[in-house]
Ligand binder design. Structure first.
Ligand SMILES: NC(=O)c1ccc[n+]([C@@H]2O[C@H](COP(=O)([O-])OP(=O)(O)OC[C@H]3O[C@@H](n4cnc5c(N)ncnc54)[C@H](OP(=O)(O)O)[C@@H]3O)[C@@H](O)[C@H]2O)c1
Length: 292
């Protein structure tokens, strides 16, 4: 058991990096509340053999974290079921992979709700209980996208950078009251998650040089546990060469954008691919409507 913590909520627990975080916390003996929209995937994560072997209690709550009522319901259900929540891992997040000039107002609002408002609001809802018990830890999953200029990530970057700032002030304001906060800043993750899925869907093969900048999802899970155990303000998840690059980027801020632009050709393929998928989706929906 980590500290005196018994129960954690993990958002984005249905697929990608989330299930790795879930398993790592279960191995620490924590009861878990798994949240995401896909109930079938959540159930699969909850009932996997390695999870059952840990003996912890697991509750699945299908919710959209961009929905205000759903966030209230998640916190209420978790507190009613387990009595209290000690850890919140705000992992749900993502990007549209779309050029900014194609965004609608709804796109902007939804992306900020998912990556920033959702985590802030879930924290706000859980904080009073944590303060009453004088214990708790918020772990926010951010991205190097919040630090460097990866192409076509304007809104995602703004939200993830905002999440870093939110965590910094939250930690400073409440740490003395027993409630701490950490942010994990993820570089590209290989083997699971949105990046790996996009590469697979598009059949893009990475060079060995590119692969050297990937971290495994297990590194994120270990980072979450470490951030709570050792009460770290910030953990950067990047392999050796990446960490060196990050240090250089902090020294020379212009370098981040330059590095980001190196990935521009591949990112352009990705946004074009997604735009084609959206157009195809619109055509299919239109044809279905006409058939009715
Ligand atoms: N993979 C990377 O290379 C990378 C790099 C930097 C940062 N990150 C960050 O790491 C976190 C996890 O990313 P990932 O790569 O694992 O992404 P992913 O594979 O797309 O998984 C995202 C998770 O968030 C959930 N989710 C998405 N929208 C949601 C919504 N509206 N309400 C509730 N849940 C929602 C998804 O479940 P449902 O679809 O079932 O709702 C899923 O469980 C994100 O915050 C991401 O920004 C990832």
């Amino acid at each position: 058991m980590m500290k005196n913590y018994h129960t954690a909520i993990v958002t984005g627990a249905s697929h990608g990096i989330g299930p790795y975080i879930v398993r790592a916390l279960a191995q620490e003996g924590m009861n878990l509340v798994l949240a995401a929209r896909s109930i079938c995937e959540l159930e699969q994560v909850a009932t996997a053999a390695d999870m059952r072997a840990t003996g912890v209690h697991v509750l699945t709550v299908p919710i959209d974290v961009t929905d205000r009522e759903a966030r209230n319901a998640l916190v209420h259900t978790a507190e009613r079921t387990f009595g209290s929540v000690d850890v919140l891992v705000n992992n749900a997040g993502g990007d549209l992979q779309r050029e900014f000039h194609h965004y609608t107002t709804d796109d902007v609002e939804a992306l900020i709700q998912l990556n920033l408002t959702g985590p802030i609001e879930l924290t706000r809802l859980l904080l009073p209980g944590m303060l009453r018990r004088k214990q708790g830890h918020i772990v926010n999953i951010s991205s190097m996208g919040g630090r460097v200029g990866f192409p076509y990530t304007e809104v995602y970057s703004a939200a993830k950078d905002g999440l870093i700032g939110f965590t910094r002030v939250l930690r400073a304001d409440y740490q003395k009251s027993g409630v701490s906060s950490s942010v994990l800043i993820l570089g590209p993750i290989g083997g699971a998650g949105i990046g790996a899925r996009t590469m697979e869907e598009m059949n893009i093969h990475m060079s060995s040089m590119d692969k050297a900048f990937l971290s495994p999802p297990e590194a994120v899970a270990r980072g979450v546990v470490k951030s709570i155990r050792r009460d770290k303000a910030e953990i950067v998840i990047l392999p050796g060469p990446g960490r060196l690059l990050r240090a250089l980027m902090d020294l020379f801020p212009g370098m981040g954008s330059m590095m980001g632009q190196m990935s521009a050709p591949v990112m352009k393929q990705v946004v074009d691919f997604r735009e084609q998928q959206r157009a195809q989706g619109d055509t299919n929906a239109h044809q279905l409507a006409e058939q009715r």
